[in-house]
Structures are given as C-alpha cells and as structure tokens.
Design a protein around this ligand. Structure first.
Ligand SMILES: *[C@@H]1O[C@H](CO)[C@@H](O)[C@H](O)[C@H]1NC(C)=O
Ligand SMILES: *[C@@H]1O[C@H](CO)[C@@H](O)[C@H](O)[C@H]1NC(C)=O
Ligand SMILES: *[C@@H]1O[C@H](CO)[C@@H](O)[C@H](O)[C@H]1NC(C)=O
Ligand SMILES: *[C@@H]1O[C@H](CO)[C@@H](O)[C@H](O)[C@H]1NC(C)=O
Ligand SMILES: *[C@@H]1O[C@H](CO)[C@@H](O)[C@H](O)[C@H]1NC(C)=O
Ligand SMILES: *[C@@H]1O[C@H](CO)[C@@H](O)[C@H](O)[C@H]1NC(C)=O
Ligand SMILES: *[C@@H]1O[C@H](CO)[C@@H](O)[C@H](O)[C@H]1NC(C)=O
Ligand SMILES: *[C@@H]1O[C@H](CO)[C@@H](O)[C@H](O)[C@H]1NC(C)=O
Ligand SMILES: *[C@@H]1O[C@H](CO)[C@@H](O)[C@H](O)[C@H]1NC(C)=O
Ligand SMILES: *[C@@H]1O[C@H](CO)[C@@H](O)[C@H](O)[C@H]1NC(C)=O
Length: 568
C-alpha cells in the first residue's frame, strides 16, 4: 500500500525530469573537465576538499580514477607498479592520499606504501539510497538448525522488509535525518614480500583502519584525536567496523613502517555498505572437514548444509544447487599467505590451488566439486576433490564463498566474498593407496583404498574394479533374498521388525565395507592399522622379507584377530 503514496508523474513531467537530469549531468562533466588540477591529491586544499557538496564529491571521484589508472587499477597490480606509486603519487610531507568511496557495496581498491595513510570520504548522500537487492540467498542459512534463523537470515529478512518501504521511506529517512547503520570492511589483497635471510616465520605487519564520523576530524589516522576516531587494526588481512550515522564518514587505511626483512607495499579493498559487510570472514569455524587423502589428492566436505530430512523441499533445493562454495588450498610452506588468511582477495592472489565454479571438472583449477549426501545422517554437503598435491606434505584449506555465491564484485551485497577458518591436512607418503568415491554401487564409500599405480594408473578403472566386485557379490545375495518372505503381508512376513529394503541396505553397507578395504601408508605406525595381503609376490617375482611375513599381527581391541597369529 505504501507504494501508492509515491508521487505520480504525468508523461510530460517525467520527460522534464529526465532532460533536466541529463542537463545537470552534462554540466557536471563539463565542470570536472575544466578542473584538471585535481589530478594530483597533493594539490588539493584539504579544508575546501572536505567541505563537501556535490562538486566536492566529483573531485573525489576524479582523484580516485587517476590513481586507479596510475596503479593499473586492479588487484593484479604488481610490485613494479607499487614502486611507481611510491615515487610519483605519494605526497611528500603529509603522506596522505585522498579518495572518495564510489558507492555502497563497491570495492574501492588502492595501493599504500609503508608509513602512508590513505584517507577515504563516504558522502552522506550514499546513506539515502535504496537498499541493494540481497538476492534469494542460499536455500537456508548456514548457521541454522532445522527451523531456527541464523543471524544472516535474520538480517536478510530485515533488509527485505526495509526494501518494501521504497521511495517514501527513503524520503522520510532523509527528512528525519535518521541514523543509518553502515558496514565498513577492509581486505588486504597484496602485501609486502619477504626478502630477509632464512625461513620466514611471520607475515609483514598489518594495515590499520581508522573511522571517524566527526566532521571536525576529516583526516583520521595515527596520531589523530582518539575521542574522534576508532582504530581497527586488520587481523590476517581483514577488518570490519559498523556504526550508525546520518553524516559524512571519514575512513583511513594506514600502512605501518616496514622492517628491513620486507619490501614492497600493500594493496587493499575498502567497502562501505548500508546493507551488509562487503567482505566477510568466520574465524572460529572451518566448516570444512577432511575425508581422506592419498599421495597426491585430498577429499574434503563441508559441514551439513541443512538438517532437513531426505525428501523435504529444502533438502532437494540443496542437493540440486550447483556447488555454492569454493575453496583455496596452499602448502604450509607457502609463506605468501601469512597474514592474509581472513582475506578473500588475499587468498585469491596468493593461494596455490583455487576451486573455480566455472570449472567444476577441475581441468585447470585442480579442484573437482559437487553436491553429495554421503556421510553420517545423509545430509547435503559440498564435496571438494583436490588434486595435484605433493606427497607427505601439509596443506592449509580454506572454505570460501565468492560474492554471494551466484554473483560477486561491486554492486552485490557481500560481493567481496566470505572465508572461513583455515584447516589443514597431510597427504600420504608411500603411494600404496588411492582415493575412491562417487562409486555407482557402493555409493557410501569415500576413502583411500589399496592401489597399485602401475597396474591401475587409470583412476576410473580402479573405481570400477572395486565397485563391480562388490556389486557382483551382491547379485547372488539378492537372488537368495528373493527366496525370503520379507516383503509380504504382516502375518506371513519373516520378521515384523525389518523388511527386505532394510536387509538389502544393511547387507550392502557391510559388503562394501569389507570388500573395499581402507588403506593407509605402508610406513604408517598408527596402532589401529594391520598389514594385509603381504605374502603376495611383487610383479618382479620377489616377496617381502620373511622376517616381516612371520611377524605378529598387532592385536586389535574388539576385532576377531587371533592373538599371536602371524601376518603371513
Ligand atoms: C546475488 O546477487 C544478485 C544481484 O543482487 C542476485 O540477483 C542473486 O539472487 C544473489 N544470489 C544469491 C544466492 O542470493
Ligand atoms: C629488503 O628490501 C628493503 C626495501 O627494498 C631493503 O631496504 C632491505 O635492505 C632488503 N633486505 C635485504 C636483506 O635484502
Ligand atoms: C562462525 O560459524 C559458527 C558456526 O557456524 C557460528 O556459531 C559463529 O557465530 C560464526 N562466527 C562468525 C564471526 O560469523
Ligand atoms: C563434467 O563432467 C561431467 C561428468 O563427467 C559431464 O557430464 C560434464 O559435462 C562435465 N562438465 C564440463 C564443464 O566439462
Ligand atoms: C551431520 O548431521 C548428522 C545427522 O544429524 C550428524 O550425525 C553428523 O555428526 C553431522 N555432521 C557434522 C560434521 O556435524
Ligand atoms: C610440489 O613440490 C614442487 C617441488 O618442491 C613445488 O614446486 C610445487 O609447488 C609443489 N606443489 C604443491 C601443490 O605443493
Ligand atoms: C592442523 O590443525 C590442527 C587442529 O585441527 C592443529 O592442532 C595443528 O597444529 C595444525 N597443523 C599445522 C601444521 O598447522
Ligand atoms: C553366484 O552364484 C553362482 C551360482 O552359485 C556362482 O557360480 C557364482 O560364482 C557366484 N558369484 C559370485 C560373485 O560369488
Ligand atoms: C521397510 O521398512 C522401513 C522402516 O524400517 C520403511 O521406511 C520402508 O518403507 C519399508 N520398505 C518397504 C518396501 O515396505
Ligand atoms: C621388486 O619390486 C619391489 C616393489 O616394487 C621392490 O621394492 C624391490 O626392490 C624389487 N626387487 C628387485 C630385485 O628388483
């Protein structure tokens, strides 16, 4: 109903508004072209620049563009360009660079060198615009259980509700000078590189975000009046801050001094939004679990994405979704990621292995992705098969969402992406095991199995070998089950507690588990492992030494292994 209150324009009025707007725009363009001296921030008279107004905003934009052009204007800018920035754009004594936030939900990207402070102004006009479309979101919020609403979903609903208020509400907001919540976030995309001697043990120092909503403090930064600004040091390349305001906002990102162990500068994204944080990170939950590894691959799954029951609408929505998550993986030796683990763009620029949604079969990204329901409870999850890893190496894996999972970048609420806490795994060493999963028959199997890379270099062959062996064994069982009265009227049924399908499922699970043994490194000393099938000769005719063949089995708790029997 509120929508009806909007002023109705006649076609003539509408045309007038359109041409008047066009005229104003033209005027602005002309005006900006006639002010070329704003190309360098150094020439700005600070007081006048801060006074704001429409013209002021325009200058800010120009400065930003010039700098963006100087620096290549994107996240891929390399150190060469940073060095150019160092000498050409950095303003001598003041060491400040001034720019304007381009809009809500926009990534404002800038380079900064040691000791420099880059100042940003967010004009209050941007508070008085329509909320951006948050989109449909994932089928259910990730934090929620069966029915509870997580914080994200609650916010999403709140945003939808506000959007319904439309133009009228925006006008009201402007007139009443309402305080609007503003979400500020920063991600470090590039950082100085280590040029010291010896192993790098820590990342370079972190940037600091300063925020001021006080008109008397238009240049927040180190040494500013503490009562008129808030300082948020970045943590692992990430900082967020939120406040409610009805006025212009001033933000600064300050780069610390560097020790002689590091060279180069930083590159960061800063974003302001009236909808939600543009960059997000969850540093308390990896949300990602290791299933198993072999010598050069790892299989990982997300947490249960929902607790909804099989067959429910929500369950089907999740399983039919194209994989919404991506992930990053890097060797623990990769020091480039030190100090960037909470930054999506930092990961994007530095992680060795990156899943790509456009490449689900992993032809280039080395991560194959898919939705599965395997595992305890059979709940929907996303699976990652990470390949081309090195043996006996430790890797860090980070689950992430690119933008809002279907769109990313400027203009998208949360377009900067989200990362979770890194987790780690270590690949196997000996090459006697190989991961198998997504089998047609034994669909619950997902682990490393004994494998000979020489005999079965072809992975699909190996999977088919194990799977068809199990399904052949199962065939004879299903024939005998057909002789059993397990699916009939209750007075004739073999058992009232269980029917045929229960029996089939139980037999299949057992059969797959025993006919597809799980495998670990031959050299592994884990107490629960048993060496099996050791007496078989190798292809070259030799066998394992008899001392080994005659050694005793490790007694297993609760397993029917004969005490004192030999491995042979
Ligand atoms: C992502 O954002 C776009 C543009 O706002 C929107 O159309 C889409 O529905 C969003 N995706 C999700 C999963 O919310
Ligand atoms: C590392 O680079 C910085 C800046 O270029 C330089 O001052 C320092 O001497 C270099 N350190 C080493 C060990 O080369
Ligand atoms: C991280 O995820 C956990 C579990 O999903 C949740 O309880 C926690 O609130 C999240 N933290 C942040 C900062 O989002
Ligand atoms: C990925 O593999 C599946 C099954 O092997 C195939 O159906 C699909 O077309 C492939 N997609 C691409 C993009 O190659
Ligand atoms: C997934 O849900 C099932 C069933 O509710 C539960 O048993 C299992 O522990 C959950 N998995 C994780 C990783 O929380
Ligand atoms: C594997 O090891 C080689 C040689 O040490 C190295 O160049 C390569 O980056 C490593 N790959 C991964 C994914 O760790
Ligand atoms: C791997 O993660 C575990 C916790 O899950 C932690 O105790 C361990 O220190 C990590 N290893 C490395 C190399 O970071
Ligand atoms: C199935 O049963 C038939 C007839 O008893 C037998 O010849 C065959 O070897 C059995 N198949 C398997 C895989 O055990
Ligand atoms: C067998 O029993 C289970 C419950 O134990 C039930 O869910 C299933 O529908 C039954 N199957 C048939 C074919 O009746
Ligand atoms: C035979 O093959 C095994 C396994 O590949 C190897 O360890 C062994 O050294 C070989 N023996 C000879 C005599 O080549």
């Amino acid at each position: 109903m509120l929508l009806c209150k909007c002023p109705q324009l006649t076609p003539l009025q509408a045309r007038f508004v359109a041409s008047f707007t066009a005229l104003c725009l033209l005027g602005l363009v002309f005006w900006s072209l006639s002010n070329p001296h704003f190309a360098y921030a150094a020439e700005i008279d600070l007081g006048e620049g801060w006074a704001g107004g429409e013209g002021g905003d325009h200058n800010w934009h120009r400065i930003e563009q010039d700098i963006a052009e100087d620096s290549g204007g994107n996240e891929d800018s390399d150190w060469e360009e940073l060095k150019v920035l160092d000498t050409e754009v950095v303003i001598g004594a003041r060491q400040e660079q001034l720019s304007a936030i381009a809009g809500n939900d926009q990534a404002n990207n800038l380079n900064v060198v040691a000791g420099q402070t880059t100042v940003w102004r967010y004009p209050k006009d941007l508070l008085q615009v329509q909320h951006a479309d948050v989109g449909v979101g994932l089928p259910s919020a990730l934090e929620e259980g069966n029915d509870g609403l997580g914080p994200m979903e609650a916010r999403r609903r709140e945003l939808r509700r506000r959007d319904l208020d439309g133009e009228a509400a925006i006008l009201d907001r402007r007139q009443a000078n309402t305080q609007i919540p503003v979400f500020i976030s920063v991600n470090t995309c590039l950082q100085p590189t280590y040029n010291g001697t010896g192993m790098q043990t820590a990342g370079p120092p972190q940037l600091t975000l300063y925020v001021s909503s006080d008109n008397e403090n238009g240049t927040p930064g180190p040494g500013g009046d503490g009562s008129k600004q808030f300082a948020v040091p970045l943590d692992e390349g990430y900082a967020i801050y939120t406040l409610s305001t009805s006025d212009d906002l001033y933000m600064a990102v300050h780069a610390p001094d560097l020790t002689s162990d590091f060279a180069g500068g930083w590159n960061y994204d800063i974003a302001v939004s009236i909808d939600d944080y543009y960059h997000q990170a969850n540093d308390t939950d990896p949300y990602l679990y290791l299933v198993d590894t072999d010598t050069n691959a790892a299989l990982l799954v997300t947490d249960n994405l929902t607790q909804a029951d099989t067959g429910s609408a929500l369950y089907d929505k999740w399983t039919s979704l194209s994989p919404p998550f991506v992930m990053f993986a890097s060797s623990s030796q990769n020091t480039k990621l030190m100090g960037l683990s909470k930054s999506f763009c930092g990961m994007q620029n530095n992680a060795q292995i990156q899943a790509q949604q456009s490449d689900p079969n992993a032809t280039t990204s080395h991560v194959e992705m898919g939705m599965i329901t395997r595992g305890l409870g059979d709940k929907p999850k996303q699976q990652f098969y990470v390949t081309s890893l090195n043996g006996s190496s430790t890797y860090y894996g980070t689950l992430a969402i690119k933008g809002n999972s279907t769109a990313s970048g400027s203009g998208i609420v949360g377009g900067g992406g989200k990362v979770w806490q890194p987790m780690n795994w270590t690949t196997k060493a000996d090459g006697n095991c190989r991961l198998v999963f997504n089998l047609d028959f034994c669909d619950k199997v997902a682990y490393a199995v004994p494998a000979n890379y020489e005999t079965y270099p072809d992975w699909p062959n190996l999977r088919a070998l194990y799977d068809s062996q199990a399904s052949n064994l199962y065939n004879n069982f299903s024939y005998s089950l057909q002789q059993t009265a397990c699916d009939t009227t209750s007075d004739a049924q073999y058992s009232l507690a269980r029917n045929c399908s229960d029996c089939e499922a139980a037999y299949k699970e057992w059969l797959c588990a025993i006919s597809i043994p799980r495998c670990d490194d031959w050299s592994s000393q884990k107490s629960y492992l048993q060496k099996r099938n050791m007496a078989q000769p190798f292809t070259n005719g030799t066998s394992l030494p008899s001392s080994l063949l005659n050694s005793n089995y490790t007694p297993m708790l609760g397993a029917p292994t004969l005490q004192g029997s030999t491995a042979f």
